[in-house]
Design a binder for this molecule. Structure first.
Ligand SMILES: [Mg+2]
Length: 233
């Protein structure tokens, strides 16, 4: 007789086991945690004047979510590395223009309190991402950027590496982004995706699950938490 796997546990034991398994909330930075569009716009205008590029910000903005060099290639910019230096210097100088989206800090604290592990997966390089993330009074257990191993979004690499960092299965993780490349990266990594409706991009088709606000994201992921009798520890 072939081996039969044991039936899944039911009742309170199952619920306790579920609530004790680690879950990961991975977040994009630009357009999800912080409104960095004013910084990007100022930095791009600097690039235009310093390098004589006749490329409007709207064209740059179409490719948000991708690594800077990838965007330069798509825009047909020949001297991408020189442009990158100009852009990054201006972006650092104008970083004070970045604003936290309302409700994000509170949401992050609530996820941590509910036992979630937090991570950031962004195409912004670590030297520009770190000071921005330092504004949050919150522990991000991993930050994956193009400075690390692997390919940048829309490849699955940074999401998979973040899950390795956190010790969380893809099935227990969610990525929250605002651009089509975010969704593609999550799909290729095999994890759930939620579109941040407060970000820059329109949800691609077919419509993904959408959170209209940080509060709604919390409700989507935490409201189904079961109550069980007694202590969980
Ligand atoms: Mg984004």
């Amino acid at each position: 007789m072939p081996h039969q796997p044991p039936p899944p546990p039911s009742g309170p034991f199952r619920l306790v086991k579920q609530s004790m398994s680690p879950r990961a909330l991975l977040l994009d930075l630009d357009g999800v945690l912080l409104d960095t569009r004013p910084v990007m716009e100022v930095a791009w205008q600097e690039v235009r004047s310093a390098h004589g590029l006749d490329i409007p910000f709207a064209s740059y903005e179409r490719y948000l979510g991708r690594e800077f060099g990838d965007i330069m290639q798509r825009l047909g910019v020949a001297d991408g590395e020189a442009v990158r230096r100009t852009y990054e210097a201006k972006a650092v100088a104008a970083s004070h223009l970045a604003q936290e989206f309302p409700g994000v800090s509170e949401m992050l604290h609530d996820f941590v309190a509910a036992g979630w592990r937090l991570g950031v997966v962004t195409s912004k390089h670590i030297d520009r991402a770190a000071p921005l993330l330092g504004r949050f009074d919150c522990h991000f257990a991993t930050v994956r950027t193009p400075a690390g191993l692997g390919r940048a979004k829309p490849a699955p690499d940074p999401i998979l590496l973040a899950l390795v960092d956190l010790g969380v299965d893809p099935a227990a993780a969610v990525y929250v982004g605002d651009m089509a490349v975010d969704r593609e990266s999550a799909a290729r990594a095999g994890i759930a995706y939620i579109h941040a409706g407060w970000g820059y991009g329109q949800p691609s088709s077919p419509a993904p699950e959408i959170a209209g606000s940080p509060e709604e994201l919390l409700q989507l992921l935490c409201s189904a938490e079961p109550f069980v009798e007694g202590s969980l520890v």
